[in-house]
Design a protein around this ligand. Structure first.
Ligand SMILES: [Fe+2]
Length: 368
């Protein structure tokens, strides 16, 4: 059996873990905090970090310019701030976009030869500034991955990811109470993101059994917690399970990567402003249905708590129709999306999708 795994991030989880953390000074004496502009309004993550840094007498500045779906331009703009402050390390606070921004900035700031034009060709062994990540949503799994997904502008913006061997966070401080302020729809969308990560990675070419173990563990926490949440249960223990599930899903994609639900979903996000988890979930039933024709998916279905692929598809359909309206997009437009999706990870599995397959999946799920 051939396998490999590299997951060096140290996780410290639990209520109050940021305030009680005393190892920021291991990373240096000057720090830039990167987050979104409204972070302080939603939870105490930012003020907790600032208090913890003061406790260790670390000088810091706070940059609140992390964009949703960050652009390469924004990475280099924040990187200039980091260099001007002479930071030893970076703390990223927020959802996937803020954490991805922090990781990408950590690469940009440590490599003077990189610029907006050559950023994605960074050497895999290039250095990066140390990073601490603090998630405030439960789905991305970005805390335990080295990659940052960025948006590259164009007529149809596309997603590209960047990573190095050194862009894993040193520490991920995982306090699920920061996720409690997510609006209901965002909580559902991010949980669907975990479900997509877990299933796509479980059937990836490179993830194998390793990703399946983490993916199934993630599904066993996320599915029942999501169902109870949708049925109105607001118990904090459910939110804790959703966050734990997202971290496990992060381990699944760290080894296995994502597949066509993500590659195809990206265009619904960049062009139709559909939240990332919903956008990927539009295609997850198609993925499961097609994979079930070539693989035994019964263990994955039981990890989801369902007895059949049909039951899984019904459940996803019911969730999606309760929370958002699928777009109805012109076929000519979908053909452009399919062309771009084919350049991404559509075939990180054994399905071997062609352009026409990809277009037909788009038409079937969101065509006019
Ligand atoms: Fe995702």
């Amino acid at each position: 059996m051939i396998y490999s795994c590299y997951s060096p991030t140290e996780i410290i989880a639990g209520e109050g873990c940021v305030l009680s953390f005393r190892r920021f000074s291991w990373l240096g004496s000057r720090c830039v905090i990167i987050t979104g502009k409204n972070m302080h309004k939603y939870n105490s993550a930012l003020s907790d970090v600032q208090t913890a840094l003061n406790n260790e007498k670390i000088k810091f500045c706070t940059v609140t310019e992390a964009e949703n779906n960050p652009s390469v331009k924004s990475i280099f703009s924040i990187s200039s701030d980091v260099k001007a402050f002479n930071a030893d390390f970076i703390i990223g606070i927020g959802g996937g976009s803020s954490m991805d921004t922090a990781k990408a900035v950590s690469i940009a700031a440590a490599n003077d030869d990189l610029n907006e034009d050559n950023f994605f060709s960074v050497d895999y062994n290039a250095p990066s500034l140390p990073v601490v990540l603090i998630g405030t949503t439960a789905g991305t799994g970005s805390e335990v991955m080295p990659s940052a997904v960025l948006t590259v502008k164009g007529d149809i913006p596309i997603k590209k990811s960047i990573k190095t061997r050194n862009s894993y966070a040193e520490f991920a401080l995982c306090d699920y109470t920061y996720t409690l302020s997510m609006p209901e729809a965002i909580a559902v969308s991010t949980a669907l993101d975990t479900i997509c990560h877990s299933i796509e990675a479980a059937y990836s070419k490179k993830g194998g059994e390793w990703s399946k173990i983490y993916g199934h563990a993630a599904l066993k926490h996320t599915f029942p917690a999501l169902s109870a949440f949708i049925n109105g249960n607001r118990d904090n223990s459910l939110r804790e399970r959703l966050y734990f599930g997202s971290i496990l899903g992060g381990y699944a994609i760290n080894n296995g990567g994502t597949s066509f639900p993500h590659s195809m979903g990206y265009m619904l996000t960049t062009m139709h402003n559909i939240h990332h988890g919903f956008a990927c979930a539009v295609f997850i039933s198609e993925f499961v249905s097609r994979i079930s024709e070539i693989c035994d998916v019964s263990d994955t279905m039981s990890a989801c708590g369902v007895n059949s692929v049909d039951e899984f598809m019904n459940m996803i359909d019911n969730i999606l129709s309760a929370y958002f309206e699928k777009p109805h997009i012109e076929q000519s437009e979908l053909a452009k999306y399919a062309e771009l999706a084919m350049q991404m990870n559509v075939n990180n599995n054994y399905l071997n999708l062609s352009f026409n397959d990809c277009l037909n999946i788009y038409i079937h799920n969101c065509g006019r």
